[in-house]
Design a protein around this ligand. Sequence first.
Ligand code: NAP
Length: 268
Amino acid sequence: MTKASKLGTALVTGASSGIGATYADRLAKRGYDLILVARDAERLKALAERLTRENGVQADVLRADLTERADVLAVEKRLRQDGSITLFVNNAGIGPKGPLLTSDADYLDRMVDLNVTAANRLAVAAAQAFAKRGEGAIINTASVVALWPQAFSGTYTASKAFVLILTESLAAELAGTGVRIQAVLPGLTRTEIFDRVGGSFDNMDPNMVMDVTDLVDAALAGFDQGELITIPSLADKALYDKLEAARGELRPHLSLSRPAARYLADAA
Ligand code: NAP
């Protein structure tokens, strides 16, 4: 039997493939024990066995369909009650299936259930549990489309903007609690995300598609550097800093007792 890790346990959602499976691999190499969450229990079991064999860590499987409330609540319970959990990688998500004007409304509902409702519920649960313990970290997988709403259909890009804004707001609340939070904004990353919706990376500009191991290694480097927002593709960080500075300049003008002059009836 393996001994409990000194780093604690990382709970990773969407761990059966792509970015989540790669986080699981990298975190196991760092020495974290793992709780792997997704629907495909066979894949999770195979991954857990490999990670234990290769790294000597403990790896549990928690099968959950995060569009099902009962399953979300089971994962929430684990986050709240398992004091060994020190890192939550809030990553499970599904991708866009074409324009909204021709999209199936039920698919969009499932996307919101997973990318927004479950991500929110679990992030809040982890934040509350970790804040009580005075330590812990949350990594939320957002996307660069949070900053580029037209890149894909709106329900997907809005779901990722939700994750970014949630992270920024939670970070302010978590200041001084000992709990860290990071939003990772991947660009196109070679995973199964488009295969699952009948798409493919084959028709995309290869210069825009990152390998998943490069993506996760860069995201973890950003995490190690204490970043709140990590955009693995972004070479010139000053570009993002400018955007943040512009938002900061707007802030004092966003909520005032009177409408702006151009909206007043007597504005000629
Ligand atoms: P992926 O390879 O398709 O992985 C998605 C993961 O989510 C799988 O482990 C899948 O496992 C799990 N999942 C899907 N539906 C689920 C459900 N109902 N309940 C629980 N788990 C579910 O795609 P990925 O690219 O790694 O996606 C991971 C995250 O990265 C997503 O949040 C996505 O929005 C984000 N992202 C991806 C890209 C990209 O280009 N790849 C870019 C930006 C952001 P099961 O099928 O076993 O449940």
